[in-house]
Design a binder for this molecule. Structure first.
Ligand code: GAL
Length: 361
């Protein structure tokens, strides 16, 4: 199931294709001696993955000869706008931005365009502006599909088992990825909901009923607790679709407080995303069922390579020139492959150097 090879092959071909597509600008040397400064705006320090993202982007750019200015918006869209404004005033040569609120950046990105600063939208597509040049992310719909497929396999839905109770959680409503994750999951789950092999006791199945502002774990925990109190006094929840490890951990806390996780009442199947250390440990301990591993070191490398190309007047190689429309234009995108990880294959994270064996103990 784990497709590290695909990811690595993708990156290898990325390198090959980049050189093949190179316009040979900036003296055509391919080196990075001229350097420059790249502003990197990340959304939050409250989640482990974004710390890895920030660190990896900085390392990648440094290795290519650039200076960097890394800022974290601490989940506050206004603070992020001010940080980006400041980076523009400081004269950065390019911007890599993982948006907090994908629609709050229009004005500041106009300032970037006026100053001729190229913008790479990192992991989360920035919407509603022409002033975003490229997008690097994972195949976000695939993430949702992997999560749904896991639930289907674990419950044996293809073999006709059921009916089972499921509850659905989605990500932040202001993050464009939320819709892709949810739609990807629904591609696989919808037919089982229609046939009532899967039943959502709360009745909350529409995206706007199940989002979790700022991907906040405690918010998800409260919603899960409310659902258990209202709908599961005499019923059992068999599966929870969760789009992100932080949400999964919140849901797990609610489930445990509600009496799940003992021999009598085992925990439901519960998905996740990001292979955060705490969640991988939870998977090993038999609590969270799975996560979707996205090697953000490769994402960072793709973003750094893209900026290097842009600053050297080379045309970056992309996977998808039309599929990611931000409402104003199709933003050319590089999309890496996600992979499902559960108790049976989590060692791949160690083999891959994502965690050390010691960290997982
Ligand atoms: C999304 C990202 C997910 C997860 C989530 C919460 O934009 O694609 O992997 O990290 O944010 O941070």
């Amino acid at each position: 199931m784990f497709n590290r090879r695909t990811v690595l092959a993708g990156v290898a071909s990325l390198g090959l294709t980049l050189s093949a597509c190179s316009k040979g600008g900036a003296g055509g040397s391919g080196g990075s001696s001229e350097g420059g400064t790249v502003g990197v705006a990340m959304p939050t320090r409250s989640s482990e993955r974004w710390l890895t993202d920030g660190r990896s982007v900085v390392e990648g750019l440094k290795a290519m000869g650039y200076k960097t200015k890394l800022v974290y918006g601490d989940d506050d869209p206004k603070a992020q706008v001010s940080q980006i404004e400041k980076l523009i005033q400081q004269g950065v040569d390019a911007l890599i931005i993982a948006a907090i609120d994908n629609r709050s950046l229009n004005d500041v990105l106009q300032q970037a365009a006026d100053a001729d600063i190229p913008v790479v939208s990192y992991d989360r597509l920035i919407l509603g502006t022409k002033n975003v040049d490229y997008y690097v992310s994972f195949d976000n719909e695939m993430v949702g599909m992997i999560q749904a497929r896991y639930i289907i396999d674990k419950l044996g839905l293809d073999d006709g088992k059921g009916p089972f109770n499921i509850e659905l959680f989605a990500g932040s409503p202001d993050d464009n990825n939320t819709k892709y994750f949810f739609d990807g999951s629904m591609t696989h789950l919808q037919s089982f909901l229609d046939s009532r092999q899967l039943v959502v006791r709360s009745g909350e199945t529409k995206l706007n009923q199940i989002t979790t502002p700022r991907w906040d774990g405690p918010t998800a925990q409260r919603r899960m607790s409310d659902i258990l109190t209202k709908w599961y006094r005499s019923e059992r929840v068999d599966a929870v679709l969760s789009p992100y490890d932080g949400i999964s951990r919140g849901v797990l806390s609610a489930l445990k407080s509600g009496g799940y996780g003992s021999g009598v009442e085992p925990l439901p199947v519960i998905t996740g995303q990001d292979a955060e250390l705490e969640s991988v440990k939870s998977i090993i301990a038999g609590e969270q069922s799975q996560t979707v591993y996205k090697d953000v070191r490769l994402l960072a490398e793709a973003a750094a390579t893209m900026v290097d190309d842009l600053l050297k007047d080379r045309v970056p190689w992309v996977d998808d020139a039309v599929g990611y429309n931000n409402g104003v234009k199709a933003v050319p995108a590089v999309l890496l492959q996600p992979a499902g990880v559960d108790k049976t294959n989590y060692e791949t994270l160690v083999e891959d150097g994502y965690f050390t064996a010691g960290e997982l103990k």
